[in-house]
Design a protein around this ligand. Structure first.
Ligand SMILES: Cc1cc2nc3c(=O)[nH]c(=O)nc-3n(C[C@H](O)[C@H](O)[C@H](O)COP(=O)(O)OP(=O)(O)OC[C@H]3O[C@@H](n4cnc5c(N)ncnc54)[C@H](O)[C@@H]3O)c2cc1C
Length: 401
């Protein structure tokens, strides 16, 4: 595969670099350097909103969206360049990452003109925050088992049930929810049928969000309870019963951008080595730590090659299978092992938690040590990814009954 860039892609990269050279200092001037580590904290949200609006003013918030909705109709190569450049410059998080990467493209693909007009401008300009409500107590990896019902009653649906683990639902005005419009489908053995996608106003009467405290002592995700909530028919995205197809498209968008992840991991390894050099230089002389750094570096390079392989398939119009589940496994494994390595490199400083006067990098690495446990669960757990690879990619023999 020839990865040299076409002149228009080189021009795209230079335009983005030049823009970041001027936009990033302006952002830090207005927002300050000090970012609250908790994604759901008010101050952190306002910084994210400011950064997304600066991006949007330059036309860089949603490059994969069509030009008519504020995007750039970016090609797959330009998306790769974008994710690498953003990772390299360690740009701040966006206010509406979910809305930009997953929900917006679904509205563009499945929404009516009226729905696009109503919601896309607010997503790209960070006016309202959006969340994604799929999981339920009995529907995680087995998502098609979802049971929160939406029963049609004239010009609206009546929603009852419970979602769980919904990130930032307590901050969101809108959410893309998967609901069951045909409650008989599960009993009929057709659980992928009878699911419909809705855009729900989280300020509607009958919705209660209860934040759940996580392993890092933050309350970033929520249980969301629905009691006779009225959702207008006009908020249905796609056909009734067509929600599974819409959802699969949404999850697909979650898995784009692994190349950017490899650059982020490489930057993290560089940053933690620099941190060790300043607070615990002896760690870098330790042969065991040295070996772990070398192994992590090699794995990051392999991850980059894996994502390039997936990318070359996309360019050839092929399905990037089975690279997607491999990349998910690789990213989650590396995120956790890097966080463990960082804390070990800190030595005694590794015991100093966030908030303490002596914590290193404001406790960033210590927080990641526990927070990264999420990476092997969210977006398809490791065990289930391995099952998929065993069954469908390498076709290992199944259980003999
Ligand atoms: C930080 C975080 C943020 C999240 N944000 C959101 C969000 O915004 N919106 C949303 O909808 N969801 C969200 N989730 C939920 C996430 O998508 C689910 O946690 C994930 O799908 C796994 O589902 P579960 O937790 O119900 O686990 P389960 O599916 O119940 O799995 C429990 C355990 O059983 C194992 N297991 C399950 N099935 C099998 C099998 N067939 N074979 C072998 N092992 C199996 C799993 O690997 C796992 O170890 C978030 C989760 C986390 C951790």
């Amino acid at each position: 595969m020839d990865f040299s860039l076409a002149p228009e892609d080189e021009a795209f990269r230079s335009e983005l670099r030049d823009w970041l050279d001027s936009a990033l200092p302006k952002f830090f001037e207005q927002a300050g350097e000090d970012e609250d580590l908790r994604m759901a904290a008010g101050r952190s949200q306002e910084r994210r909103r400011l950064w997304q609006r600066i991006l949007n003013s330059g036309g860089w918030a949603a490059i994969h969206w069509p030009k008519e909705w504020g995007g750039r109709d970016a090609t797959p190569t330009q998306r790769l360049i974008y994710s690498e450049e953003m990772a390299r410059r360690r740009t701040p998080g966006m206010f509406n990452a979910n809305g930009i990467w997953q929900i917006g493209p679904m509205i563009i693909r499945w929404g009516t003109d009226e729905q696009k007009q109503r919601w896309l401008p607010g997503i790209i300009n960070a006016d309202d925050h959006w969340c994604q409500g799929f999981s339920e107590p009995d529907a995680g990896n087995d998502l098609a088992n979802l049971r929160t019902t939406a029963i049609r009653d004239g010009d609206h649906y009546v929603v009852n049930g419970q979602k769980i683990w919904i990130s930032t639902a307590h901050l969101a005005k809108w959410g893309l929810f998967l609901l069951r419009t045909d409650p008989t489908a599960i009993e009929r053995g057709a659980k992928h049928e009878g699911i419909t996608t809705f855009i729900v106003d989280l300020e509607s009467e009958g919705i209660e969000c209860r934040p759940i405290r996580d392993i890092a002592d933050e309350a970033m995700f929520n249980e969301v309870f629905f009691t006779d909530v009225h959702v207008p028919v006009a908020n249905r995205l796609g056909e009734e019963g067509g929600g599974w197809i819409v959802a699969m498209g949404t999850l697909g968008h979650e898995r784009v951008g692994m190349a950017g992840q490899a650059v982020i991991l490489a930057e993290a390894l560089r940053a933690m080595s620099a941190m060790a050099k300043s607070v615990n230089p002896g760690a870098l002389e330790d042969p065991e730590i040295q070996e772990r750094i070398a192994r992590a570096w090699t794995e990051i390079e392999l991850t980059k090659l894996l994502s390039y392989r997936a990318f070359s398939k996309v360019l050839k119009g092929e399905k990037n299978w089975p690279e997607v589940p491999f990349a998910k496994l690789q990213w989650s494994y590396l995120s956790q092992s890097l966080a463990e390595l960082a804390v070990d490199m800190l030595g005694v400083h590794g015991a100093l938690a966030r908030g303490g006067p002596d914590s290193v990098d404001r406790g960033k690495w210590v927080r990641l040590y526990s927070f990264q446990r999420y990476s092997t669960i969210a977006g398809g757990s490791t065990e289930v990814q391995k099952n998929i690879i065993a069954d469908r990619a390498i076709q290992l023999p199944g259980k003999v009954s």
